[in-house]
Design a protein around this ligand. Sequence first.
Ligand SMILES: O=c1ccn([C@@H]2O[C@H](COP(=O)(O)O)[C@@H](O)[C@H]2O)c(=O)[nH]1
Length: 288
Amino acid sequence: MSPVEPFGARLRRAMDERGPLCVGIDPHASLLTDWGLNDDIAGLERFSRTVVEALADRVAVLKPQSAFFERFGSRGIAVLEKSVEEARASGALVVMDAKRGDIGSTMAAYASAFLEKGSPLFSDALTVSPYLGYGSLKPAVELARESGAGLFVLALTSNPEGGEVQHAVRPGDAAGRNVGATMLAHLAEENAGEAPMGSFGAVVGATLGDLSSYDLDINGPLLAPGIGAQGATPADLPGVFGEAVRRVVPNVSRGVLRHGPDVGALRASAERFAEDIRAAAAAAWRLR
Ligand SMILES: O=c1ccn([C@@H]2O[C@H](COP(=O)(O)O)[C@@H](O)[C@H]2O)c(=O)[nH]1
């Protein structure tokens, strides 16, 4: 059996070939209504299928937000499974945004649900919460390595409330680092020596302004939500991420989804974001 290509390598190639944009599949009740759909399982199914049909063959990453599927119970999860399968079959990498985190023994079960080859919800990567301690994520790190999958660890989230936890300075940390910086340091260790980049990414909000006081050089991807509905723009990316912008996977969910249900309009919106991201990165390189 040939070894599985690690997520970091697959993501790097997808970003180079398709551009780095990640579009969210976030079936908010209000979006279902705006799309002329009912807030029920049929509406959920139509919404998800439309996003996959519109974008899975052209964007690097699709990121289903599990909460909006879980809302419908087992039938919602069945739609989620199908969306993941169809998106991957059409060439998109799927980052499952489920933000799992628990004590190690339970974390192993979450890891098995999302990162074990053959699991119905197997995804290319999973978002995880390290706030039971980074070490509690070990079972997920190990299984991700084995399956060629990846993780995105919440480090500096896009929401204004995140600082209360993530900016707290760790007692006993000789370097005086805060919790967010500590997560970035763990990820840099995880990715050490990997080429073209490691599979263990951080979630770092595009809304956060200049992050030059952080060491974002983790040799892994930086998933950057916050563009569009939360107020950040593609033009903000170089100012927020500096040199690390090359490894940023900018996420837009409602900013694209609000253009549905027309497939052409969804594609046009994603292409506009992708073009603005390209232009911002190119302008930043020219200024160096
Ligand atoms: O720090 C974070 C981590 C995750 N998210 C998720 O990303 C999308 C953003 O949606 P928009 O509609 O583009 O605001 C959503 O699924 C969040 O749960 C985040 O926003 N910030």
